[in-house]
Ligand binder design. Structure first.
Ligand SMILES: Nc1nc2c(c(=O)[nH]1)N[C@H]1C(S)=C(S)[C@@H](COP(=O)(O)OP(=O)(O)OC[C@H]3O[C@@H](n4cnc5c(=O)[nH]c(N)nc54)[C@H](O)[C@@H]3O)O[C@H]1N2
Ligand SMILES: Nc1nc2c(c(=O)[nH]1)N[C@H]1C(S)=C(S)[C@@H](COP(=O)(O)OP(=O)(O)OC[C@H]3O[C@@H](n4cnc5c(=O)[nH]c(N)nc54)[C@H](O)[C@@H]3O)O[C@H]1N2
Ligand code: SF4
Ligand SMILES: [Mo]
Length: 708
């Protein structure tokens, strides 16, 4: 009998919850993945996706050798040849058309990848292109812009202190399924139950009665895109009843008067029709939130990815501020992560920038060096001095993730050169000329540099690779280093540049950053605590010292926001907005954005990519569960099976994104057999949050009809 080796300890890199894992390994084979009961943060909790990390690792269709396109087919190539080809293509376009002609898209998994975080920024800067894109502008950009204007730093996004709050107001988020976002908090079910067990309240504002709403005390089925109005009305009630309490930040806040004057015109009665929420319910919510001993108003993807995303993000934070919830225990706090990313970036002068340049076609603003992904197809298609002629995608699948994926897909076909750093030949990467596949997650060291800055407890954990790498594998960061040196450094210097950049391994950078951090940690000390270390609850009183506006005060009513609100929100409040159907999205426990769909274990069971339709909308269209329906917008149409349910608000239909795996030329046979349709074949790149340029996936006007 052979003895089982001890399981390897690591962290799940699939979502923001940072769950601790125990991985049983047999040689090169992963036998099982379990939750780590000794992880001080997740305490054994995992979701169904963790086990699928083994499927990802062993997936025969995961690309392991670089590929070079030959017409409509691919051939395997050595790293040397593939990197040369990739770099020459990028360098050639740069030489012929200038530095802006090379575009880069960084996808969501970058945030979970230590090496891409330590080396990705320098790589991007080295290219010096104004055509940088990322998933941020399909996600949390409104919250970043609100943070920049209010607090002076785009990363100053406080986290709900869920473990101590008595009133948790959740707007446009479904943490029981998503496992939390800008709120790393494994096992949200336990945490929400904890709030209720100590006599607190959970209120969910969402057009769908979600899993989180089911576990809450109250669900308010808001109409999509009306959150800014709802928040303004909550503020109106609080201001008019004299319940403003600025708390410890009182001396640091300006423009309360401007905010008060603005919300005065938006009482509950005026917004009731557009929000779909009765004035009495709004008043009750305002009173409950203001009265609670400790309260936190949290908003996420549903709040951001809508036409008033930035206004909603601003008013969400304003509500926390005027009720004294910001910087208080049980309210909204700033973590003290072991790597102080906020402090370091502030010291380096990276507080955020807006509008230093604009997209060529629609004049959308740059933010933090990036243009909105909703502008990418424009910037490829138009002929101009700054148009994108070559594209590099790193850990991104924008054909399925960006609004109007079909148009983007057509644009990709016109590129002179495209390189993808990605482990799969999928809907996006099939358009590449060179595919550079990184080592899989369980073969890399792990530390959550970004997500710890948004965790509901201060924790730190470093994990060695759970599985030894295969010969010849390259990590993402190594691929970027090699690619950058070959594309940008003069030939005689390439070896030197590569060697210097490779010597600065992510672990070394991490060690340095830990030493600069507030907990006196080093990599060596973290190595001695392989399950991770608990660094205590979040501390109140940290925000004041982090305010980075020029006058050192928090702006409760940034001028640009108030102007935009005046221009559009009042019209929105009084507009009809009742005609026709609108589309929203949803996330699912056994799905991960646009990928992880090649795991049989995750995909088994009934079809997931269904259109939720309320009975009142289904009946006149003669739609029953299982019927195929055509979902159409001005941008495009898909056919999807219907699921009739009263969990969705009348007038709203919901389709998850990240599906549509039936495109030719991808290598995803399991995903193909559960293809579904891409929600982003229907969403529009023209439907935006005007202030930030963030995609407004939600609240899009659509029609639905039966397909025979
Ligand atoms: N309609 C609609 N669209 C949406 C959303 C929505 O709610 N509705 N949500 C938006 C949001 S919040 C986001 S974050 C975006 C996400 O959209 P993307 O940025 O496209 O990210 P993913 O869909 O996660 O795709 C990940 C890609 O990275 C590859 N990959 C996975 N791990 C690694 C790795 O370690 N290294 C490398 N190099 N590649 C890797 C995968 O194979 C896949 O191609 O989608 C957005 N799109
Ligand atoms: N299992 C799983 N987990 C994930 C992901 C995944 O794909 N699968 N993706 C990860 C990523 S990239 C992210 S960013 C996070 C996102 O984390 P969350 O924001 O918690 O995730 P969603 O489920 O998209 O929740 C958005 C909610 O907003 C609602 N909504 C839509 N429109 C509106 C509106 O106008 N107003 C209001 N109030 N609500 C609205 C939707 O019905 C939905 O319930 O999840 C992460 N975790
Ligand atoms: S919730 Fe699931 S996907 Fe997210 S980190 Fe935990 S195990 Fe991984
Ligand atoms: Mo996201």
């Amino acid at each position: 009998m052979s003895r089982q080796p001890a399981p390897r300890i690591t962290t799940c890199p699939l979502c923001e919850a940072m769950c601790g894992l125990l991985v049983e390994v047999d040689g090169r084979r992963i036998r099982s993945v379990h939750g780590d009961p000794e992880d001080p943060f997740s305490r054994g909790y995992i979701c169904p996706k963790a086990a699928a990390l083994a499927d990802l690792h062993h997936d025969p269709e995961r690309i392991r050798t670089p590929l070079i396109r030959t017409g409509s087919d691919w051939r395997e190539a050595s790293w040397d040849e593939a990197l040369d080809r990739a770099a020459e293509g990028l360098a050639g376009v740069r030489r012929r058309h200038g530095r802006d002609a090379v575009g880069i898209y960084y996808g969501n998994p970058v945030a979970h990848n230590l090496g891409l975080l330590t080396h990705g920024l320098a790589f991007r800067r080295a290219f010096g292109s104004r055509n940088i894109y990322s998933a941020s502008s399909a996600d949390q950009l409104p919250q970043m812009l609100a943070a920049l204007r209010m607090f002076g730093h785009f990363g100053l996004i406080p986290v709900p202190d869920v473990d101590r709050t008595d009133f948790f107001l959740v707007i446009g988020a479904n943490p029981l399924v998503s496992n939390g976002s800008l709120m790393s908090a494994p096992d949200m079910r336990r945490r929400l139950a904890g709030i209720r067990a100590r006599g607190g309240r959970v209120v969910v504002v969402d057009p769908r009665r979600t899993e989180t709403a089911d576990a809450a005390d109250e669900h308010l089925a808001v109409r999509p895109g009306a959150d800014a109005l709802l928040l303004a009305a909550l503020l109106q009630v609080i201001v008019s009843q004299g319940r403003v309490r600025l708390g410890r930040l009182a001396g640091r806040v300006k423009h309360l008067d401007v905010l008060a004057a603005f919300v005065r015109n938006l009482p509950p009665e005026r917004v009731a029709r557009r929000t779909g929420i009765a004035p009495a319910a709004i008043r009750r919510l305002a009173a409950g939130f203001a009265h609670a001993e400790r309260a936190a108003c949290y908003g996420r993807v549903g709040l951001c990815t809508q036409r008033y995303g930035t206004l909603a993000a601003w008013l969400q934070q304003a509500l926390n501020l005027v009720t004294g919830r910001l910087d208080e225990a049980g309210g909204m706090l700033l973590p003290t992560p072991a790597v102080d990313v906020l402090g370091i970036s502030a010291r380096l002068g990276w507080r955020g920038t807006v509008g230093r340049w604009r997209s060529s076609v629609r004049n959308l603003p740059e933010f933090g060096g990036e243009l909105p992904v909703a502008a990418l197809a424009d910037e490829i298609e138009h002929a101009g001095p700054r148009s994108v002629r070559a594209l590099l995608t790193v850990a991104g699948n924008p054909v399925l993730s960006a609004p109007n994926g079909q148009r983007l897909e057509r644009a990709l076909e016109t590129l002179e050169h495209m390189v993808a750093v990605d482990p799969y030949l999928n809907e996006t990467t099939r358009h590449a000329h060179v595919l550079l596949p990184p080592a899989p997650p369980l073969a890399r060291p792990h530390y959550d540099l970004a997500l710890n800055a948004f965790a509901v407890r201060n924790v730190a954990k470093y994990a060695e690779p759970a599985v030894s790498g295969s010969p010849g594998q390259r990590h993402d960061w190594e691929i970027l280093v090699e690619l950058g040196a070959r594309a940008l450094a003069p030939r005689p210097l390439r070896r030197l540049v590569t060697r210097a950049a490779r010597a600065l391994r992510p672990e070394r950078v991490l060690d340095l950053l830990l030493r600069l951090g507030p907990h006196d940690l080093t990599l060596a000390r973290l190595r001695d605590m392989p399950h991770g270390v608990d660094l205590g609850p979040l501390q109140p009183g940290r925000i004041a010292g982090r305010i980075a506006t020029p006058d050192g005060r928090i702006d409760l009513a940034p001028e640009e926001f108030v102007r935009e609100a005046h221009d559009r929100l009042f019209a929105e409040a009084d507009g009809d907005g009742t005609s026709g159907l609108v589309l929203i999205g949803r996330r699912q426990s056994r799905s991960n954005n646009s990928w992880m769909h090649n795991s049989r274990r995750l995909l088994k069971g009934p079809a997931r990519c269904t259109l939720l339709v309320h009975p009142a909308d289904a009946a006149p269209r003669r739609l029953a569960t299982g019927d195929p329906a055509e979902l159409r917008s001005e941008a495009g149409a898909v056919t999807v099976p219907v699921e009739v349910t009263d969990a969705i608000r009348p007038g709203v239909v919901s389709l998850p994104h990240g599906w549509g795996h039936d495109r030719e030329g991808s290598r995803l046979s399991v995903a193909r057999s559960h293809a579904g349709a891409s929600a982003n074949d229907v969403t529009s790149e023209l439907h935006l949050d005007a202030l930030s340029g963030n995609a407004a996936f939600n609240g899009l006007p659509v029609t639905v009809r039966r397909r025979s």
